[in-house]
Design a protein around this ligand. Sequence first.
Ligand code: ATP
Ligand code: MG
Length: 260
Amino acid sequence: MLGSPDAPDASHVPNGIGPTGGPLRPCVELTGVERHYRLGDEVVRALDGVDLSVRYGEHVAVVGISGSGKSTLLQILGCIESPTAGRYRLDGADVGELSESRLAEVRNRRIGFVFQSFHLLPRATATRNVELPLVYAGVAPRERRARALEALSEVGLSDRARHHPEQLSGGQRQRVAIARALVTDPALLLADEPTGNLDARTGAEVLDLFDSLRSPERALIMVTHDSALARRAQRLVALRGGRVAYDGDPAGCPEDLLHA
Ligand SMILES: Nc1ncnc2c1ncn2[C@@H]1O[C@H](COP(=O)(O)OP(=O)(O)OP(=O)(O)O)[C@@H](O)[C@H]1O
Ligand SMILES: [Mg+2]
């Protein structure tokens, strides 16, 4: 477990050596990131100067009241939106300097996204849903089928591979969505309220699954509204008014920042 960005505990990585042989290195680094939206004459500062660094192997929960900028932060991290100001480095590369085609490749191959409402294709089987990012990445059919089945097995759904979303429970649908996010072996896994549509017990199971998927080659950043779930994170980032109001051990986070 990594307790905080300043005190990494590399117990899950032999000798603290990261996947490429270097020390545990930052996966994402945001410096002074702002995101403004113009609404008529008004400018909404959805993000207003965010500094955040998350290393490979870390699991971070993001909390904050509605409108504090959580989804905007995830969209920037997911290269879906660009910052109005500031710098975003993903795996050492300045995202602002990437061409459109390189950016599309990064989105497809380096980032996995899990949403509250699953976003599965209703007419496609679980396997087909999981395979899709590999279709876009141009992976050959036989290999992508094998990788999709492997990802489904990782989330404990081997026996549901041929089911359609409507034939699955909410928790199982979210597992399929997690398998789809993982199938490209991304460096960064982003989840925006992944338990928001699930009952408490199923939500806790999905969090257990995220925990079990911890890898020194990946970072997880998850937005949650649920303060109990946020408390069990190893590192908590609380946003207020588009800024980081707290970053550290969940136990030390002021109660008012935790509640939506
Ligand atoms: N496309 C947009 N155009 C204009 N304003 C936007 C847009 N997207 C977000 N905002 C504004 O930016 C602020 C942050 O929004 P964001 O969706 O990031 O909040 P959030 O913390 O995810 O909230 P919630 O908990 O309700 O999901 C809000 O005031 C929102 O109204
Ligand atoms: Mg949101």
